[in-house]
Design a protein around this ligand. Structure first.
Ligand code: 28G
Length: 661
């Protein structure tokens, strides 16, 4: 929408007024340009500037990019490209730099010869960053000179000035996001680091470094000469490969560049990531379709040709060929069409055939040249197929069993009385005793409780038939009512609840169980996450009582705030006790009691209701695909087979971990 408007404006001659109008519109409707104005939108600003530097690298002129989070919270990005031109633009009569910084979509992204990004929210242009920044400074090194210009909320403070001499060339941009637009201006080092690491894997000739000047020892430099092959190794850091080194495929057709790296590990999951012009296409698209088609066809042909399938009851399907697959597909397309709910699905129809033929050809050759690896892969796929057969039987069994139950619902489920799913909530509660309190404390009209006993199955380590045989998991699936996710059998219209809320203790075991549950939903019912139905309940950690007033604190900060509001003086000795053995604080804090809840079970039904379940007073956290994936990754490291990554992770994160043992 924004794009069309801008094109029109340019048709009529983009004068100063139009420019101001454009940037004014960005400030009035920032979400139209950067998605939202939350932390996510904030980080989008940094990515937008980085994207410009990446474009310069894709054009072949830049091989070093740096990003610094400065002490005051601003961000500086540098590249060693040609430097944004500073000469006077022939029609606009101002410097090209000022055009780039102040005119919407002045980046020339309709140029057929480049792979600039123009879809989704990416590629909105650095002028959008400028409009949403309290200030932005551009420093350009070109033609032996250093040029400088500063802007405030998008408007130039002065013309471009020469402020010195220098050799080499490059661009440096510093921006400070506007607090009139963003509620919180706090760039997260780890978030940006993850994206820069990804970009370095995707662009193997590029060196990208990051530094956080707000804290000590926070810096990293990424340069992965192995590109996608290194990326796949990184993703499978905690897995064992059964196919040796990652298989790498690349090729060019009709201006589309295709690169793929993949390997098979001992797990049962498909871990495929796809990118178009460096953008993660979460929703897949034609490039993914092309790859899948080629993988299925080529491996099937090879298996048949070499007589590797002995059992004639077995037909290998696409799913079988993707079990235990870790894969990165990265393509560059001149004019990508992004579709889908989040504009992260590639629509270009010509791309399917291109990726399919590039993959098919190279993979065919690879298999012929590496017969022993080829055999291992096929054997793995045959096992997958056999397990799928077993799973089908297990599923049938589940169905028949359910038919015998009352209404097909699990016996442990305390369902709600309202039947309209849009009003209903399902609490998955750790432990029978907390489950009991939740059943008593809930509003039974719209809140259903399913207590889960002990640890649920680690789905990361189990094949589908095992997953389906697990009682806790079966009761979750039947309570939700839509079947198993990530397959044609999942029926979204049958989901029985609008919200599914995980309620676990605030200790290590609780977080372990929460991770197991997140992993289950991420792996086997991702639709629940993608339709924004999955939440995490936040039980309080402390109760602070003074006379008749009872207040709950959800973290240490809140506890201190409350104590302050109760005028507990600084010498307050915080007495931590469980609910049962409240210890009065004496002295100047007379009458104040602090109790620490060790688990949900320590709260009585009323407390559980007010603090954690009452929609008016509770806090619940929406689970997004990203944080489920992150949980899953951390989890893989902590629970996987390989010991070394686990040791490394624990060592690196020891200072953050609150071990509650
Ligand atoms: C460090 C922060 C982000 C950039 C360049 C280099 C050129 C450029 C950027 O040109 C305007 C439109 C088409 C010519 C291009 C330099 C050609 C020749 C560039 C960046 C002018 C854009 N010399 N480096 N833009 N074009 N780095 N880094 O933004 O006509 S943006």
């Amino acid at each position: 929408m924004a794009k069309n408007k801008t094109e029109k404006e340019e048709e009529y001659g983009a004068g100063d007024i139009q420019v101001l109008k454009g940037l004014e519109h960005v400030r009035k409707r920032p979400a139209m340009y950067i998605g939202d104005i939350s932390t996510r939108g904030l980080h989008h600003l940094a990515y937008e500037v980085i994207d410009n530097a990446i474009d310069e690298a894709l054009a072949g002129y830049c091989d070093k990019i740096t990003l610094t989070i400065n002490k005051n919270g601003s961000v500086t990005v540098t590249d060693n490209g040609r430097g944004i031109p500073t000469d006077i633009h022939p029609t606009e009569k101002i410097s090209a730099l000022e055009v780039v910084m102040t005119q919407l979509n002045a980046g020339g992204k309709f140029n057929r010869d480049s792979y600039k990004v123009s879809g989704g929210l990416h590629g909105v242009g650095v002028s959008v960053v400028n409009a949403l920044s309290e200030y932005l400074e551009a420093e350009i090194v070109r033609d032996g000179k250093v040029y400088y210009q500063k802007y405030k909320r998008g408007a130039p403070e002065a013309k471009v000035k020469v402020i010195g001499n220098a050799k080499k060339t490059g661009t440096k941009v510093t921006f400070y996001p506007d607090s009139e637009i963003f509620k919180v201006i706090n760039f997260k080092y780890e978030t940006i680091e993850e994206r820069l690491r990804e970009l370095a894997y995707l662009n193997k000739d590029l060196s990208i470094s990051i530094k956080d000047d707000r804290e000590k020892d926070k810096e990293a430099e990424f340069h992965f000469k192995g590109g996608l092959v290194d990326f796949v190794k990184y993703l499978d850091e905690s897995e064992k490969s059964i196919s040796g080194k990652p298989i790498f495929i690349s090729g060019d057709r009709e201006n589309v560049q295709v690169e793929v790296a993949f390997q098979y590990n001992e797990s049962y999951n498909d871990n495929t990531y796809t990118f178009v012009n460096n953008i993660n296409t979460h929703e897949g698209g034609t490039h993914l379709e092309g790859f899948k088609a080629a993988l299925t066809r080529t491996l099937n042909n090879y298996a048949t040709k070499n007589n590797l399938i002995k059992n004639d009851k077995i037909t290998l399907t696409g799913d079988d060929f993707r079990e235990g697959l870790t894969c990165v597909i990265s393509i560059k397309v001149p004019e990508p069409q992004f579709e889908g709910q989040t504009k992260t699905k590639l629509g270009n129809s010509e791309v399917k055939g291109i990726v399919q033929s590039v993959t098919g050809e190279s993979l065919g050759n690879y298999l012929d040249e590496n017969p022993s690896i080829a055999k291992k892969i096929i054997e793995k796929c045959i096992l997958a197929s056999e397990a799928r057969l077993a799973a089908r039987l297990a599923k049938d069994l589940t169905r028949r069993k359910n038919a015998l139950d009352l209404g097909g619902l699990p016996g442990k489920l305390a369902d709600c009385s309202i039947k309209d799913p849009s009003q209903c909530e399902l609490y998955l509660v750790e432990g029978d005793s907390a489950g009991g309190s939740a059943k008593q404390g809930r509003d039974r009209r719209f809140q259903a409780i399913l207590p889960l006993r002990g640890k649920i199955l680690n789905v990361e380590k189990a094949r589908i038939d095992k997953v389906l045989a697990n009682e806790e998991i079966r009761s979750i699936i039947t309570a939700i009512g839509a079947g198993l996710g990530n397959s044609d059998e999942f029926n979204e219209s049958k989901i029985r609840y609008d919200k599914i809320i995980l309620m676990c203790d605030a200790d290590i075991d609780g977080s372990h169980i929460r991770t197991l549950l997140l992993t289950f939903f991420y792996r086997h019912m991702r639709e629940i996450i993608e339709t924004e139905r999955l939440y995490i309940a936040q039980p309080p950690l402390y109760k602070i009582k003074k006379g008749k007033t009872e207040l709950y604190a959800y973290d240490e900060n809140e506890r201190e705030e409350i104590l302050k509001s109760m005028k507990a003086d600084k010498s307050a000795v915080v007495i931590e006790s469980s609910e049962e053995s409240e210890t009065p604080v004496t002295g100047s804090n007379k009458g104040i009691t602090i109790s620490r809840f060790k688990g949900l079970g320590e709260m009585n039904p009323e407390q559980l209701w007010t603090t954690t379940m009452n929609p008016e007073t509770r806090t619940i956290i929406l689970v997004t695909n990203e944080n489920a994936a992150a949980a899953h990754n951390i989890f893989k490291v902590l629970m996987g087979e390989e010991v070394e990554p686990r040791r490394k992770f624990i060592e690196e994160n020891a200072k953050y971990a609150k071990l509650d043992v």
